[in-house]
Design a protein around this ligand. Structure first.
Ligand SMILES: N[C@@H](CCC(=O)N[C@@H](CS)C(=O)NCC(=O)O)C(=O)O
Length: 245
């Protein structure tokens, strides 16, 4: 980006204040956004809600009917009635859908790597795989889905993604992780919904994918992420707040 354009964008973003990320008090679909912000050097405010949902899939939610909870009331108050979390509010911008939130935070992060269209496509692909298995595993927690399918689908997911995982460094070979690497960190280390649904079988499942596990560890060790992980806002390995000691 040309210097003048970069300066204009920086001053516009500064005038908008910090983005606010609205999400539950678990990993779920919120943590990738938080880590993308950390890598990109975007300071965000996090507004957390107790983890309550009336299903994981659109069909389960529609069958269960509307629910009244802290997050649905907050969404309605933001003129985003019925929108699931995550939600980001930044100045006049109000968006939901995790891909939109993650890509937005990446695009405004001064330290987030400038990716090529091909690298961005690969990042989007990793997001899609994470989203697919998120739906399946969340359905086990929220809608009595079949827990036996989680290790099967996790293995399928990591088999495909491992083809893009290098023996060292990050997916795009850059010095900074991108969304693809962050998705792998979440896939291999998140409690909700993955650790919680894989249960005692987690070690066996992840044991088959040492490259993915190692990439998750390298990504977790990246300084901006290592700094974020011990913070109060991080929910990667935590149960909902009500279940924390
Ligand atoms: N496709 C959406 C799914 C959003 C979604 O279902 N979010 C869940 C939490 S991960 C939620 O907010 N559930 C409660 C609700 O829909 O009210 C996305 O990627 O953000």
């Amino acid at each position: 980006m040309m210097l003048a354009k970069r300066i204009r964008m920086a001053s516009m973003l500064a005038s908008m204040g910090k983005p606010t990320l609205h999400y539950f008090d678990v990993n779920g679909r919120g943590e990738v956004s938080k880590m993308v912000a950390a890598v990109g050097g975007v300071e965000i405010d996090v507004v957390e809600y107790p983890f309550e949902a009336n299903g994981a899939s659109a069909s389960d939610k529609l069958k269960a009917g509307p629910m009244e909870s802290a997050h649905t009331k907050a969404a309605t108050a933001m003129d985003m009635e019925g929108c699931g979390l995550p939600i980001i509010v930044h100045g006049d911008l109000k968006i939901n859908q995790s891909f939109a939130c993650q890509n937005y935070l990446a695009s405004i992060g001064p330290k987030y790597p400038k990716v090529t269209p091909q690298q961005k496509a690969l990042d989007d692909m990793f997001m899609g795989y994470l989203e697919d298995i998120m739906g399946l595993a969340a359905g086990v927690i929220l809608s009595e889905g079949d827990g036996a399918l989680v290790p099967v689908f996790m293995s399928k997911t990591l088999t495909t993604l491992s083809k893009h995982i290098p023996a060292s460094g990050f997916v795009h070979g850059l010095s900074t992780p991108t969304i693809a690497d962050i998705c792998v960190l979440v896939l291999t280390q998140a409690l909700i919904p993955f650790g919680a649904t894989l249960g005692e079988g987690a070690a066996e499942t992840y044991g088959k994918f040492p490259e993915a596990v190692a990439l998750g560890e390298r990504t977790a060790a990246f300084p901006a992420i290592a700094k974020f992980l011990p913070t109060e806002d991080c929910c990667l390995k935590k149960p909902p707040r009500a279940a924390r000691a």
